[in-house]
Design a protein around this ligand. Structure first.
Ligand code: GDP
Ligand code: MG
Length: 174
């Protein structure tokens, strides 16, 4: 008996503290949102499956356990990653200004091509928006990333953000 083809992609979520990384993952993997989420201790990744071309594609999506607070995300976190969501908070400019530094860190630690999505999270906070959609788009274009705005709170584009990255990884290898 022949095994069906198996795909397992490692995807990392990076970005400054409190931009919503953990909530994007919990929204995508379990459809859960937490208003007062603390740094997740112990949970390293969630595995999520989707079907592409009739094949089961599994993604192991890694979330920092709060190490980003101390700029102490380790190389083990990045090792083997083929996809990345680089997240900022559309209501906090400092988190947008940090994006190039996160991309630099990602590049330093990755030895293969990585499918990257720039994610402007908390788009439900339109009233206190600090980064325009155009600014997000421009940065993504300049850096060669996909771009999307999401809200882990109201679910906007969360599934789409992950699935675009997963499809890109898949198309890169097939
Ligand atoms: P992390 O440190 O990047 O993992 O961020 P968390 O997921 O822990 O979220 C930090 C805070 O932002 C929490 O209070 C969340 O409830 C809140 N948050 C996360 N995503 C959203 C969102 O899409 N909209 C709004 N309004 N708040 C969010
Ligand atoms: Mg977190």
């Amino acid at each position: 008996m022949e095994d069906a083809e198996q795909y397992l992609f490692k995807i990392v979520i990076i970005g400054d503290s409190a931009v919503g990384k953990s909530n994007l993952l919990s929204r995508y993997a379990r459809n859960e949102f937490n208003l007062h989420s603390k740094a997740t201790i112990g949970v390293e990744f969630q595995t999520q499956s989707m079907e592409i071309d009739g094949k089961e594609v599994k993604s192991q999506i890694w979330d920092t356990a709060g190490q980003e607070r101390f700029r102490a995300v380790t190389s083990a976190y990045y090792r083997g990653a083929v996809g990345a969501l680089v997240v900022y908070d559309i209501s906090r400019r400092t988190t947008f200004d940090s994006v190039p530094r996160w991309l630099q860190e990602l590049n330093t630690h990755s030895d293969t091509a990585v499918a990257k999505m720039l994610v402007g999270n908390k788009c439900d906070l339109e009233d206190i928006r600090d980064i325009s959609v155009d600014e997000g788009k421009s940065l993504a274009e300049a850096e060669g990333l996909f771009f999307i705005e999401t809200s882990a709170l109201d679910c906007t584009n969360v599934k789409k953000a992950f699935e675009i990255v997963i499809r890109e990884i898949y198309s890169n290898i097939s």
